[in-house]
Design a protein around this ligand. Structure first.
Ligand SMILES: NC(=O)c1ccc[n+]([C@@H]2O[C@H](COP(=O)([O-])OP(=O)(O)OC[C@H]3O[C@@H](n4cnc5c(N)ncnc54)[C@H](O)[C@@H]3O)[C@@H](O)[C@H]2O)c1
Ligand SMILES: [Zn+2]
Length: 349
């Protein structure tokens, strides 16, 4: 078993171990004296894994219930949170009870937000079951929902009590979502680990997935510990995301997945910075090679002008400019702020 300790406002452990979900109750009991535990899961994940987790919770003395919502980003809404609150109320959930998020990023973000807000805050546990949630969303304490006008606009910082990562759950994850998560994995290689990037080039990701999860979570832990509230260094996790979010918006949040959008966004940006001599030559070619290898897109039908203009209004913009993350080379990045009135000139659009 691999353990990663996260020292944020409230510290917690992340355990990575094959088969750990069958012992989930033991680990939840270590961090909670709760009488009741609510498993929050979606309609794809619950039928496969909720039984195993529930059995283990019961064996460790928890009274359990399961809240299931229909899978998909479209359900990451306040309406689902309200149903969750009703479930908590009907099952007499008190401040000392615990919520168990079992699923991908949609589940974790919503269960975390419900936990952050119900009775002004109760504890929760993350059991991420997609690659994206295992390497990214389950760590760092960002929780929330979408509004009809935009993604993740309502939320809270709320750290979990423990995170249990079972790589075996990826066996049932559709390939499309596995590749989607690899988009974020490639991002971690780009911003902080040339060693990870090289391994992704030389080996097959599925063959060293435990190391991948460990490496990505460690990077995210380091960044989040330095900047829990996302006012500085945490921005580097957004490499590829400014253009990525623009592409998601241009595609009306369908057609292209988040990981795919981030992948193309990272490549387009790095081609430009490489052309300007900001990024070492060859970096964009290596990113393109990895995206092709792992079934991720390398181009878009939208022009650079359309992408740049869609970045306006990005949540990550602040004041009169946008913080872009540029690579010096694979494995090394920095934050570069561009004022709104200089963006078009910078990108030559
Ligand atoms: N909080 C953060 O820091 C953060 C970071 C990145 C992304 N996010 C959020 O995460 C969300 C995306 O997460 P996601 O990609 O995990 O999406 P998701 O939760 O919708 O899961 C993707 C799909 O896979 C299915 N699934 C999940 N695990 C499975 C398994 N083991 N076997 C079979 N099917 C499985 C789900 O039912 C769903 O259909 C977005 O809403 C995004 O905003 C949050
Ligand atoms: Zn992302």
């Amino acid at each position: 078993m691999k353990t990663i300790e996260v020292k944020t406002g409230r510290s917690y452990n992340i355990y990575i171990e094959h088969g750990i979900i069958a012992e989930a109750g033991k680990y939840v009991r270590e961090v909670s004296k709760a009488v009741r535990a609510v498993i929050v899961s979606d309609s794809n994940v619950a039928p496969i894994y909720a039984g195993t987790v529930e059995k283990s919770l019961k064996e460790n003395g928890f009274e359990t219930s399961v809240f299931i919502f229909e899978a998909g980003e479209e359900r990451k809404r306040l309406a689902t949170i309200e149903k969750m609150y009703e479930h908590f109320f009907e099952h007499n959930i008190t401040r000392t009870d615990i919520i168990v998020a079992l699923g991908g990023g949609v589940t974790g973000d919503m269960a975390g937000f419900a936990a952050a807000s119900y009775l002004r805050g109760i504890n929760f546990v993350q059991i991420p079951t997609t690659l994206l949630s295992q390497v990214d969303s389950s760590v760092g304490g960002k929780t929330g929902v979408d509004l009809p006008t935009g993604k993740n606009l309502v939320g809270a910082f709320w750290q979990p009590s423990v995170v249990l990562i079972d790589p075996d759950t990826l066996d049932t994850l559709p390939q499309k979502f596995f590749n989607d998560g690899l988009g974020e994995v490639i991002k971690y290689g780009c911003i902080r680990s040339s060693a990870l990037f090289s391994r992704l080039e030389n080996e097959n990701a599925a063959d060293f997935i435990d190391d991948i999860i460990y490496e990505c979570v460690s990077i995210k832990r380091d960044v989040v510990e330095n900047d829990e509230r996302d006012t500085g260094e945490r921005a580097i996790l957004n490499f590829g995301h400014t253009f990525g979010h623009a592409l998601e918006k241009l595609n009306h949040y369908s057609v292209i997945t988040h990981g795919e959008a981030v992948s193309v966004g990272a490549l387009i940006l790095t081609k430009i910075t490489e052309g300007k001599g900001i990024t070492a030559s060859g970096a964009a070619g290596r990113i393109k090679g990895l995206l092709e290898k792992y079934g991720l897109p390398t181009s878009t039908q939208f022009s650079l002008g359309e992408i740049v203009s869609a970045t306006r209004g990005d949540k990550k913009s602040s004041g009169k400019g946008i913080n872009f993350i540029f690579l010096k080379d694979i494995g090394e990045c920095f934050i570069h702020r561009i004022n709104n009135d200089e963006i078009n000139e910078f990108f030559g659009v």
